[in-house]
Ligand binder design. Structure first.
Ligand code: 5RP
Length: 227
């Protein structure tokens, strides 16, 4: 029986095999954040001379990329990006996701938006039939925290401030449990529309295009629209 860490390692290796054919000296890779992505960065290190560099979704990943000898590019200097690789906290059959367990959701959504395709790498514990057991992270401007929390309660949620945590953007995170996320794209738009919300951790308006899900029987590749 493989452990979760071993499965994350398999997902990271599968991601490396997936991205390699897309790498050339002009290629910029979008890189997400989290323990699965850390393993992917480690695997990518030996190919660092085979591509231009990476656009990173967090200070944490930028540091790890630099330690791996991979050039970190300012997203403003990136005109095109074929692939963005990132983990998720929950992934449903339509490749909608909850992200932001590591607090990098806003930059993740920004970097992903520049890429042509989002490749989600997870171990099978992240696969769910229905999103919402994992509390939805919502990044808020500190001044608006309580105002946003009141609206989220009206939506049926139970927001809890992530203690002693400041995002790379100088903001705070409310982790919201108890939400019914049957219509994730509509809910994402509704939360993003609350004044003071920087970004919510639902990735459904634009979810993953490809998922590499590592399980006991190997790594399954799922493409959006094939469920
Ligand atoms: C960070 C994220 C991560 O992708 C998510 O939390 C999964 O992390 P891990 O690979 O450590 O399980 O959204 O903001």
């Amino acid at each position: 029986m493989l452990t979760q860490d071993q499965l994350k390692h398999q997902a990271a290796q599968a991601a490396l095999q997936f991205v390699l054919p897309f790498l050339d000296t002009d290629a910029v890779l979008g890189v997400g954040t989290g323990s699965t992505v850390d393993l992917f960065i480690d695997a990518l290190a030996e190919h660092r001379r085979g591509f231009r560099g990476a656009a990173s979704s967090s200070e944490r990943s930028s540091q790890r990329l630099r330690e791996a000898g991979i050039k970190v590019l300012d997203l403003n200097d990136v005109r095109s990006m074929t692939l963005y690789v990132d983990g998720a906290d929950e992934l449903d059959a339509d490749l909608n996701m909850i992200k932001g367990g590591g607090g990098a959701l806003t930059r993740e959504k920004i970097v992903a938006s520049v890429a042509e395709r989002f490749v989600c790498i997870v171990d099978e514990s992240k696969r769910v039939d229905r999103l919402g057991a994992f509390p939805l992270p919502v990044e808020v401007i500190p001044l608006a925290r309580e105002a946003v929390a009141r609206v989220l309660r009206q939506f049926g949620g139970h927001p809890v401030l992530r203690e002693s945590f400041v995002t790379d953007n100088g903001c705070q995170i409310l982790d919201v449990s108890g939400l019914i996320l049957d219509q994730p794209a509509e809910f994402e738009a509704m939360v993003n529309n609350i004044p003071g919300v920087v970004c919510c951790g639902l990735f459904a308006i634009s979810g993953a295009d490809i998922a590499l899900v590592a399980g006991q029987g190997g790594v399954q590749q799922i493409r959006r629209g094939t469920a």
